[in-house]
Write a protein that binds this ligand. Structure first.
Ligand SMILES: *[C@@H]1O[C@H](CO)[C@@H](O)[C@H](O)[C@H]1NC(C)=O
Ligand SMILES: *[C@@H]1O[C@H](CO)[C@@H](O)[C@H](O)[C@H]1NC(C)=O
Ligand SMILES: *[C@@H]1O[C@H](CO)[C@@H](O)[C@H](O)[C@H]1NC(C)=O
Length: 380
């Protein structure tokens, strides 16, 4: 019996590997008057696959990857970081980004945004416009080739690892980012299971394939400047069924690690002022021994503090000193503070930060850690 069962299981997994391979191509320009089909409830597999098919004028889908060095790593001051986003967006889909192009009209729907911060805080940024984007779903992972940009990514079928490749010597960047997961994936309100609501706020979906892991950035910039560091890596994926600004007026998001604790936080305010939140807390330093403490869309309160801590933020609010958050969990109350070292992206409507992550659990100090976070402030 046992061997028959094993045989059947092996057959079934072979079959699912074969059948779950699927290719989706997003053309560089939408066809007018096309309706997108948007998936809001999670399926049995294809965790990280495209969720909006096809992309039309007002919809969007993006895959985001980052890595940040821990403060004082190897006794060095400074905090290098790297982030890249693979966007597929209609001209009126992810409108904070497309609005940056002349007449709000990017040359392609398939856009790559790259930001890096050097150890001393100096920044470099690129936006690359591609031809077709070819997505291949394999198990829960997804790989993509943004043709014409030299950029691609490759995801393991079990989401244990992602690699991002950039080969754009003419733009001054060549190299790769590798992220190896230490923490299970999740959705806004629960673990990575079938039947979960993937909306973080009405109209916007969010899924987090790698909430925390080992990250390694290895690039050559402008042909001769070496950019290499190891740190904490992260990968998530957002999408929307209408213009982003119709769903979101402001948002705070971030991820961090303090010792054995990993935290991912999110708070979104709609244009009419309703707040949605998500809190993800895990305990453990490697995948095999990591347990989920909370994966929920409640029990977290996140607010800016210090300079420029107006709430809710708008386009005239500058960069806040940092963020404080309280998270209620079965292990007790986390009181945490993300304090910035660098502003790595600095637009009126969008800022990204890296810094230290400190705090207490039930009043007891936690080890000092690292975080990377952002603020959207789109509202008037
Ligand atoms: C895009 O598709 C959505 C359905 O997901 C639809 O509501 C919207 O009207 C479409 N946009 C355009 C410009 O056709
Ligand atoms: C992406 O597609 C282009 C054009 O078809 C091809 O030349 C390139 O080798 C592909 N890259 C990867 C990583 O598959
Ligand atoms: C507050 O925001 C203003 C306007 O963006 C900026 O000039 C200032 O440096 C910010 N303050 C701090 C402490 O970052």
């Amino acid at each position: 019996m046992a061997s028959n069962l094993m045989y059947l299981t092996a057959l079934a997994s072979l079959a699912s590997q074969v059948f779950s391979q699927q290719q989706i191509i997003t053309s560089p320009h939408t066809t007018p008057d096309q309706n997108s089909v948007t998936q809001w409830i999670s399926g049995p597999d294809a965790f990280d696959g495209p969720k909006v098919i096809p992309i039309n004028q007002t919809t969007f889908d993006w895959w985001y990857f980052d890595t940040v060095q821990e403060p004082n790593a190897n006794g060095e001051s400074g905090q290098p970081s790297f982030a890249i986003t693979f966007h597929s967006t209609g001209p009126d889909g992810f409108d904070p980004l497309t609005g940056l192009f002349p007449f709000g009209s990017p040359p392609s729907d398939n856009l790559i945004q790259i930001n890096l911060a050097w150890p001393d805080g100096k920044t470099d940024a690129w936006v690359l416009a591609g031809g077709e984007a070819i997505f291949t779903i394999n198990g829960d992972g997804t790989s993509a080739n943004y043709t014409g940009t030299g950029c691609s990514f490759e995801g393991a079928p079990d989401l244990s690892e992602y690699s991002v490749y950039i080969d754009a010597p003419e733009k001054g960047i060549v190299g790769s980012l590798r992220i190896k997961s230490d923490v299970p994936p999740h959705y806004p309100c629960g673990p990575a299971e079938e039947g979960q609501d993937m909306q973080i706020t009405p109209g916007v979906g969010w899924l987090n394939a790698i909430p925390d892991g080992y990250g390694e950035a290895d690039f050559l910039i402008r042909g001769n400047e070496e950019f290499y560091f190891e740190g904490r890596g992260y990968h998530d994926h957002n999408y929307g069924g209408r213009r982003f600004s119709e769903s979101c007026a402001s948002a705070y998001w971030g991820h961090g690690r303090l010792g054995e604790w990993n935290i991912v936080w999110l708070s979104v305010l709609t244009p009419t002022g309703e707040e949605s939140v998500s809190a993800y807390v895990t305990k453990g330093s490697e995948m095999a021994s990591t347990e989920i403490i909370v994966a929920q869309c409640e029990g977290i309160h996140i607010r800016p503090y210090g300079a420029n801590s107006t709430y809710p933020p708008d386009t005239t609010t500058g960069a806040p000193t940092g963020f404080r958050m309280n998270i209620n969990t079965p292990e007790g109350l986390f009181e945490l503070q993300a304090e910035r070292i660098y502003v790595t992206v600095d637009f009126d409507f969008y800022r990204r930060f890296t810094g230290t992550y400190t705090g207490t659990l039930n009043g007891e100090p936690l080890p000092e850690g690292v975080a990377l976070w952002e603020q959207f402030s789109i509202g008037e």
